[in-house]
Write a new protein. Structure first.
Length: 212
């Protein structure tokens, strides 16, 4: 019997070839950046720390530029991940949504924005509640003798005002991750499917199916 090799996979009863899978991956990432309950709203970020070991943390997917292949998140410019990226700007991003049964792994080069137009624009779009993370008196992960919020205790019950939070914009940074590799994995009871993509200067250069 002749084996038929199909150049597409089926996801939720729809067929996708390689080009369509690449578009689907970016659509899912874009949706995650704008839909708060979407599984791709958060991602695990991996950097290389000062001891040359992997350092992981969860961050929020704040914005995705599909045209230029850039994924954005925010951080404190006093944080360990910020200094990791100053030393080595290579970064990995892991997205997973159990409901969609899709995992997306991204490799990128990070560009750090602090005290510039991009950082200011994103700061202005940040809610007062989200700004609390940048209002700590000392840097993130600073040792403390007791449990602490890091910022004034009164903000545990009230939100800071614009006037109260704006002085802390100096601690705010935007990380722009320029993607050069993307792996798409679809988990299915009848067999997992995987596709890999590589980019150069925001342009898709190579793509292929891969063993899951």
């Amino acid at each position: 019997m002749k084996t038929i090799h199909e150049d597409f996979i089926v996801i939720n009863d729809s067929k996708y070839n390689l080009n369509q899978i690449e578009s689907l991956a970016w659509k899912k990432l874009v949706n995650g950046s704008v839909e708060k309950k979407n599984g791709f709203r958060t991602m695990c970020v991996g950097t290389v720390d000062e001891n040359k070991t992997a350092a992981l943390r969860i961050v929020v997917n704040r914005k995705v530029d599909e045209v230029h292949k850039i994924i954005y998140f925010h951080t404190d410019n006093r944080s360990r991940k910020f200094f990791d990226l100053l030393r080595n700007n290579h970064i990995s991003l892991l997205f997973y949504d159990a409901r969609q049964r899709v995992q997306i792994v991204v490799k990128a080069c990070a560009v750090l924005h602090t005290s510039d137009a991009i950082a200011h624009e994103r700061w202005k779009a940040t809610s007062p509640q989200a700004r609390l993370g940048y209002m700590t008196i000392e840097a993130p992960n600073t040792k403390s003798d007791r449990p602490t919020l890091g910022y004034e205790e009164r903000f545990a019950s009230i939100k800071p005002s614009e006037e109260e939070s704006n002085p802390f914009e100096k601690n705010f940074a935007v990380v722009a991750c320029a993607v050069y590799e993307l792996e798409f994995l679809y988990l299915d009871f009848h067999g997992n499917r995987k596709a890999n993509f590589s980019f150069e200067n925001s342009v898709l250069k190579q793509s292929h199916w891969a063993v899951p």
